[in-house]
Write a protein that binds this ligand. Structure first.
Ligand code: SAH
Length: 218
């Protein structure tokens, strides 16, 4: 049962979350504004979880997957330096919360999810909330060649390596943020392409994501 009401209580908790993210040094006002607008509790399928929706926690969303921690969503979104109208590819739609943040930032979003059930549920959630993204059921390792190149690419699952097709589909002057690593933790990498297509890599500490999988879809 997904909640449809945004009460004063939810709004109050949401303000608290934005203050907390500010304390945690999230510097982008645009990203903080986006998080301040989005009813995160509506991305949880049980009202019992609403008290957690505005804590800075990752949370199970079914099928062994998680909705990323708000500070992680904010951090990845900030690293991408999103401009209005940017065309963005997201790998791992999950709950759709990160998708909503990208849309609030004025981006055009293409998002891929490999779990069919989650793909179907999240499509409904985003539609009901009026968020318009291009959602695909498929394998993120393949990217979405038909809509490439992308100004920005965001990977929201732990990748064993940087998928070559994603690198190909990144525009010149584009940026990709991707947690890389095969163990329990990954290193957050920011990959930048310059105007000649040369590639630069920076690292931003350890994070913990569910793995990016390329075995059979279910
Ligand atoms: N952005 C999401 C994070 C969800 S967790 C959110 O805000 O809720 C990561 C998601 O990546 C999971 O839903 C998982 O099913 C998905 N995933 C894992 N491997 C994938 C792949 N190869 N292609 C696309 N999605 C993948």
């Amino acid at each position: 049962m997904f909640e449809t009401e945004d009460t004063f209580r939810h709004q109050g908790m949401r303000k608290g979350l934005v203050s907390l993210l500010r304390e945690k040094k999230i510097a982008s006002e645009e990203v903080l504004d986006a998080i301040g607008k989005i009813p995160r509790h509506m991305f949880f399928d049980s009202v019992f979880h609403h008290n957690f929706a505005y804590e800075d926690l990752a949370f199970p969303i079914g099928a062994g997957q998680t909705i990323s921690q708000p500070s992680t969503v904010a951090f990845q979104s900030t690293l991408l330096e999103i401009q209005k109208g940017n065309k963005i590819l997201e790998i791992g739609t999950g709950s759709g919360y990160q998708t909503a943040v990208l849309l609030e930032l004025g981006a055009k979003v293409h998002s891929i999810e490999r779990q069919r059930e989650l793909f179907a549920t999240t499509k409904n959630v985003l539609q009901r909330l009026g968020y318009r993204a291009n959602l695909y059921f498929g394998d993120g390792f393949e990217g979405k060649d038909s809509f490439a190149p992308f100004d920005k690419i965001i990977v929201t699952c732990g990748a064993p390596f940087i998928p070559p097709k994603l690198l190909d589909q990144l525009a010149n002057d584009g940026k990709m943020v991707i947690p890389v690593g095969e163990g329990k933790t990954q290193i957050m990498k920011l990959i930048s392409k310059d105007s000649n297509g040369d590639i630069y890599e920076e690292s931003f500490g350890n994070f913990s994501f569910v793995p990016m999988l390329n075995d059979k879809q279910y």
